[in-house]
Design a protein around this ligand. Structure first.
Ligand SMILES: N[C@@H](CCC(=O)N[C@@H](CS)C(=O)NCC(=O)O)C(=O)O
Length: 430
């Protein structure tokens, strides 16, 4: 598929049909094949790695949101080992109603769960253990003494992060012990990384790296947003490790971004406390309102250059769900038919602006549509909706279009739950 778009200069927002025509032609069955056999992606329901479907022995139950850290661990392991598997997606409590069929299978509702040859297993480490027994370890296995020591270090770092993120509010000396303790633990992680000749925790990429991925990614995001602390800037060995991960298409398919983590963590963690310093507030404002990528040393979310097809990826994902996107937005047809039509036009303006030549002027949306555009800007979820670079471009197009209509913000993102991100309407549409 050719994902290189010719930038356009348009005086009017493109129609939905014209926007569709900008995408490379791709039938539904080609799209399905891409999901099943192409690079790691959050949309697939089946992954075969060139094997026949009759060889599938594994079903992974993971969240619709592609956010759960323990699911990411198992997901990445299966992708790295290229084990054929099915995926069944489940709603996490904070996004909406847990599916009844899943509660019958796993009464606690906890994710991930995995079926291997018909046996159900819960708890991510037990799942990895069972997968290792059936398919062999990924590099050195969970019980290898070096990997075991690294797993313990990961838990110590995790506890230090929770202590700083969730119990230490405000600038000042009383937060210093938690911050210092975290920095000491991150220093130990750096020493472990520096003990090998390459960028990974062991001489070759393996289990230990997979174990560290979910929370180092969430630490990097949340400490930037809530504390103004740059994990990747302050700890170069951790940055090198992330940069090496970003060379792997498996990791790129599961990778989230700072905005998504910053706003999905509070309901999961109970709360995340901001330090409130000027610098922290500046970083948080940049992550929320752009411009993206955020120019601040605390915010390093990738070392990868944007891929050529990122704008078309964003367009394809928005077009696929455009009817539901318009329906769930409180600034549109829920208000009145006229507001619905104006919001439709505003979204087409933003999508046309997404594709425009840098030199051509931005198209302005109808009056009063700033909050509606920012509603979507704030709710792009990575990697569920699109990849990190596509999301940056889409947020930028929504924000620059909204800015022409005023500075009204959408409703603030809730911190106790994320039912505003309930996957149900989108699942029904699919
Ligand atoms: N110790 C478990 C922890 C799993 C866990 O905490 N899962 C959370 C999501 S991150 C969950 O399923 N919570 C229920 C929900 O949010 O619906 C494991 O390693 O698998």
């Amino acid at each position: 598929m050719d994902w290189n778009a010719e930038p356009i200069a348009a005086a009017e927002p493109l129609s939905w049909a014209d926007l569709e025509r900008r995408l490379p032609p791709c039938s539904e069955s080609e799209l399905q094949l891409q999901r099943v056999e192409g690079p790691t992606n959050a949309q697939a329901r089946l992954r075969l790695f060139g094997r026949p479907e009759s060889e599938v022995r594994v079903t992974l139950y993971r969240d619709h949101h592609a956010w759960c850290p323990y699911c990411q661990k198992v997901w990445l392991w299966l992708e790295e080992k290229r084990i054929p598997y099915r995926i069944r997606k489940v709603t996490m409590f904070c996004y909406g109603e847990k599916e009844r069929w899943f509660k019958q299978l796993v009464p606690s509702g906890m994710l991930p769960a995995l079926e291997l040859d018909g046996h159900l297993i819960t708890e991510s480490d037990l799942i990895l253990q069972a997968l290792e027994e059936s398919f062999g370890p990924l590099g050195e296995g969970l019980q290898d003494p070096d990997v075991f020591a690294l797993r313990q270090l990961e838990r110590r770092l995790f506890r230090a992060w929770c202590q700083w993120l969730c119990y230490c509010e405000g600038e000042g000396t009383h937060t210093a012990p938690a911050e210092q303790h975290f920095i000491r633990m991150a220093g130990l992680v750096e020493e472990a990384l520096e003990a090998t000749s390459g960028p990974f925790f062991r001489p070759n990429f393996g289990t230990a790296d997979v174990i560290f991925v979910p929370y180092l990614e969430r630490m990097n995001a949340s400490l930037a947003y809530y504390k103004g602390y740059g994990l990747r800037t302050q700890h170069p060995a951790i940055d090198r490790w992330f940069a090496a991960l970003e060379q792997r298409s498996t990791y790129l398919g599961t990778q989230s971004d700072v905005h998504t983590h910053a706003h999905d963590l509070p309901p999961q963690m109970g709360c995340c406390l901001a330090s409130g310093s000027d610098d922290q507030q500046r970083v948080a404002r940049g992550i929320d309102q752009g411009p993206w990528p955020v120019e601040h040393p605390a915010v390093v979310e990738t070392r990868q250059a944007p891929p050529a097809g990122a704008a078309l990826e964003a367009l394809a994902r928005m077009l696929r769900h455009r009817r539901r996107l318009l329906q769930v937005n409180p600034e549109g047809e829920r208000r009145s038919q006229a507001a619905g039509e104006a919001l439709d036009q505003a979204l087409r303006c933003a999508l046309t602006n997404l594709l425009r030549q840098p030199s051509s002027p931005l198209l302005a949306p109808p009056e009063g549509m700033a909050a509606g555009l920012r509603y979507w800007r704030d709710r792009i979820s990575v990697p569920r909706d699109m990849g990190l670079h596509a999301a940056r471009l889409m947020r930028s197009a929504l924000e620059s279009t909204a800015a022409l209509a005023g500075d009204q913000q959408g409703p603030p993102l809730p911190v106790q739950h994320r039912r505003d991100q309930n996957p149900e309407p989108f699942v029904q549409a699919a």
